[in-house]
Design a protein around this ligand. Structure first.
Ligand code: ZN
Length: 147
């Protein structure tokens, strides 16, 4: 299978069968993220224990890229502490901007690296980073949380 096709399949799979599109009971952090240019609108909920992200979920709607991206993101950040999750968000956004291309960094993103091609689709960049931007914002500014 061609790599690009494999990536498309990964994005499709997360869009059609999201694992983390669910309500989180008693979340510690909740933040809504909106991308008006596309109509993507998500609410991200995170549960933390001893500074580690224990569980996460999202609700809302949007295009395939925004939905798949946030689903993959939650996969990647569960089990990580705040600092690690924020660092990973930086790596992801760097990849989407086309600034991060080395294999070691991309490997850290695991499946989320499937969105690397978005770097060549400027109109979709905001869709791809929506979940990550929202996660970074609420971890860095917990006072913004709506939980
Ligand atoms: Zn979108």
């Amino acid at each position: 299978m061609e790599l690009k096709q494999l990536y498309r399949e990964i994005v499709n799979e997360h869009n059609l069968h999201p694992v983390h599109k669910k309500t989180i009971e008693n979340p510690d952090l909740v933040l809504r993220g909106v991308n008006p240019s596309c109509g993507d609108d998500i609410t991200l909920s995170l549960k933390l224990k001893d500074g580690v992200i224990e569980d996460g979920g999202y609700e809302g709607s949007g295009c395939a890229i925004s939905q798949a991206s946030v689903d993959m993101m939650i996969d990647q950040i569960i089990g990580k502490n705040k600092e690690e999750a924020i660092k990973l968000a930086g790596t992801f956004m760097g990849m989407i901007k086309g600034e991060v291309t080395d294999e070691e960094s991309l490997e850290a993103l695991d499946e989320a690296a499937a969105l690397q091609d978005v770097a060549h689709m400027p109109a979709r960049v905001k869709c791809a980073v929506l979940g990550w931007r929202t996660m970074q914002e609420v971890l860095e500014n917990p006072e913004k949380s709506e939980a």
